[in-house]
Design a protein around this ligand. Structure first.
Ligand SMILES: NC(=O)c1ccc[n+]([C@@H]2O[C@H](COP(=O)([O-])OP(=O)(O)OC[C@H]3O[C@@H](n4cnc5c(N)ncnc54)[C@H](O)[C@@H]3O)[C@@H](O)[C@H]2O)c1
Length: 343
């Protein structure tokens, strides 16, 4: 039985608790939050869960095997390092976005490597039934050879939601490396979510090493675009809609297909649960290789940061990215980025 603790008891922390509660081989034993009431409220919902205000005290007292880090990204690197330094833990499931900049992402990967801990970042869409089936269809040749991937997140940004879409683009393209990024961002008003500033509009072109190109659109101006992914191949197109307004569908040489989902469609916590279960199987195999591991999330973070760097310098950016700071923070003159660490 894996002993689990959660740091950060807000919305996503509650989803993690729900996911753990549904898993047979884990036991949620502790939760912590700088806001004591948040920890107590979550602990009360499950039997035998102790609430802490400080994550250090929780780590010292609970002999945890698994830790979920469910805070805003400004404190993610610090908390992951603390868990790694403490030792004993075998799996850290850190929420997305991985980090505020590449320097922090590198520090997280290195801390986990030194501690021999599997660090996984919450790009759980890779475990979503529709995304997995879309990729299977692609591999089965439904649309020929992949040429282009499109993704949109209406009303959102490249950092918070975009990290999911960059990760899913990498998933569809078999984790091929990215060679270059060309992007523009706009900030018409002071959008702040999760305590940090973000753009109001963005368009980014992403060039993969194997020649596949991807386009990410974010923001307020893409009215009606929603949250789709579109895979365009030499022989057709597959669409996945995260908002479920349209079913998984494909336009192929033989016609329009709406395939039956082969796998049960999990709701949000169980997608997280699948990602965690899969990470636990990796831990049991004595491996640190996982599709959502720190190195993979670092690659996704690099592309997201390259989007902002391209907008900042007004040019195409070639990877590896040489900018370890937050280009968005640099663009905004640093003031208020990050704005708030914790309530
Ligand atoms: N994977 C997904 O699809 C998904 C979905 C929603 C949110 N998220 C991510 O999860 C993160 C948290 O989002 P949320 O909606 O739960 O935010 P939230 O504001 O509801 O909760 C964050 C909690 O963290 C606590 N906290 C802050 N600093 C802390 C610290 N140092 N130690 C312990 N607790 C601390 C806060 O008090 C708060 O209770 C964000 O980065 C967000 O992007 C991911």
């Amino acid at each position: 039985m894996y002993r689990v603790g959660i740091i950060g008891c807000g919305e996503i922390g509650q989803h993690h608790a729900k996911a753990y509660a549904a898993m047979p081989d884990v036991q949620l034993v502790a939760v912590s939050d700088v806001v004591a009431e948040a920890a107590t409220a979550l602990a009360k919902q499950y039997e035998g869960v102790t609430a802490y205000q400080g994550h250090q005290e929780m780590l010292e007292k609970e002999a945890l095997d698994v830790v979920s880090v469910c805070t805003w990204p400004q404190v993610r690197a610090m908390l992951v390092s603390d868990v790694c330094r403490h030792g004993g833990v075998r799996l850290i499931y850190a929420e997305k976005p991985m980090a505020m900049n590449l320097k922090e992402a590198d520090a997280m990967v290195e801390a986990a490597r030194q501690a021999g801990i599997l660090l996984v970042v919450g790009h759980q869409r890779r475990y979503g039934a529709r995304w997995r089936q879309a990729k299977e269809m692609l591999h089965e040749g439904a649309i020929g050879q992949l040429i282009r991937i499109e993704a949109a997140c209406e009303g959102w940004d490249a950092f918070q939601w975009g990290t999911h879409w960059v990760d899913i683009m990498r998933f569809f393209n078999d984790d091929q490396p990215v060679d270059w990024v060309l992007a523009q961002v706009d900030r018409r008003w002071d959008r702040i979510r999760f305590g940090h500033r973000m753009e109001t509009e963005c368009i980014a072109q992403i060039g993969f090493h194997n020649g596949v190109r991807a386009v990410l659109e974010t923001g307020d101006h893409i009215v009606g675009a929603g949250f789709y992914n579109r895979l365009i191949g030499t022989d057709g197109m597959i669409e996945v809609d995260a908002a479920k307004k349209i079913p998984l569908r494909a336009f192929t040489r033989t016609g329009y297909i709406v395939p039956e989902l082969r796998d049960a469609e999990p709701n949000f916590p169980s997608e997280v649960g699948r990602a965690i279960s899969s990470a636990l199987r990796t831990v049991e195999a004595g491996s640190l290789e996982h599709p959502l591991n720190g190195a993979s999330a670092r690659a996704t973070t690099e592309v997201v940061m390259a989007i902002y760097e391209s907008a900042r310098i007004g040019r195409l950016v070639e990877l590896p990215l040489q900018q370890n700071d937050s280009p968005l923070g640099l663009m905004l003159g640093r003031v208020g980025v990050p704005l708030v660490v914790a309530p």
